[in-house]
Design a protein around this ligand. Structure first.
Ligand code: HBI
Ligand code: FE
Length: 276
């Protein structure tokens, strides 16, 4: 086995993917012929349900780019998506067997390669799945990579992640990814819209994040965002809002080292060094 399976969170869930056939960089081939009729039908149902609720909730960039995914009735072939994607922002998607170690993840993003899980949830997981499957990754993340500023931000995030790994600051930086690429909101013409993949691929959290009075909504602020813990299996208690993707890209211009040092001095980080 070239690589070790990656188990996330509490570690009691065995990894879903077939890591035995992954390359050393954790990428694998999308074995499109292995998808069953049920797999394609699950994708079709998820796509249909999610797309019906986008107007008034999803950001313009997502709605405009979604058609580039092509097939709606079946799981698209990744190479078919790569054609328009590479032309648009020089990104490409690569298949992975599931969650991969942080450094491997950062390295792929730094190379403008987005890892897309190649398996899809079972029908009984239709409502909710903890680990990202092909619907979360392909439907949630990939349309946003057609937006030039966001595409550059994700690559810069990958480069920053490799640096954070050397500084032992992955936990802090992963919160920035969580509250932007996964669960970010943007203000468009004065109205809130979702651009985070975790929201855009979730039937429940999409309306909740934009319309519910329950969660906090704050302007994205590097320090505050990187100090805000998150849970992977419930709706967010706080969403961070940007005014434009250019603002997001510009905010991550600088060197984060002083930020990490400043946070290490704060009580919540001093307590347990890992900050988990
Ligand atoms: N692996 N395949 C995959 N997809 C992710 O979104 C992902 C990952 N590994 C680590 C990870 N995300 C997060 O911990 C990042 O913040 C690094
Ligand atoms: Fe994701």
């Amino acid at each position: 086995m070239a690589v070790q399976p990656v188990v996330y969170g509490e570690g009691e869930r065995p990894p879903r993917g077939n890591y035995a056939r992954a390359n050393d960089d954790y990428t694998c081939a999308q074995d499109w012929s292995a998808y069953t009729a049920q797999d394609h039908d699950t994708y079709r149902r998820l796509y249909e349900r999610q797309t019906a609720q986008l107007p008034g909730l999803a950001c313009n960039a997502f709605i405009e780019s979604l058609p580039h995914l092509g097939a709606k009735e079946r799981i698209p072939r990744f190479e078919d998506v790569n054609e328009p994607l590479y032309k648009a922002t020089r990104w490409e998607i690569v298949a992975v067997p599931g969650l991969i170690p942080e450094e491997a993840f950062f390295a792929l993003l730094a190379g403008r390669k987005f890892p897309v899980t190649d398996w899809i949830r079972k029908p009984e997981e239709f409502e909710y799945i903890v680990e990202p499957d092909v619907f979360h990754d392909l439907y949630g993340h990939v349309p946003m990579l057609f937006n030039p500023q966001l595409a550059d931000y994700v690559q810069r995030y990958g480069e920053g992640g490799l640096k954070a790994a050397r500084l032992g600051a992955c936990e802090m930086l992963s919160r920035l990814y969580w509250y932007t690429i996964e669960f970010g909101l943007i203000r468009e013409a004065g109205a809130l819209r979702a651009y985070g993949a975790g929201i855009l691929s979730s039937a429940g959290e999409l309306p909740y994040s934009v319309n519910s009075p329950e969660p906090q909504r704050r302007p994205l602020d590097l320090l505050r965002t990187m100090r805000t813990r998150y849970k992977i299996d419930s709706y967010q208690q706080t969403y961070f809002v940007i005014d434009s993707f250019q603002q997001l890209f510009d905010m991550t211009e600088g060197d984060f080292t002083p930020l990490y040092a400043q946070m290490r001095g704060m009580p919540e980080f001093a307590a347990n060094a890992t900050g988990d």
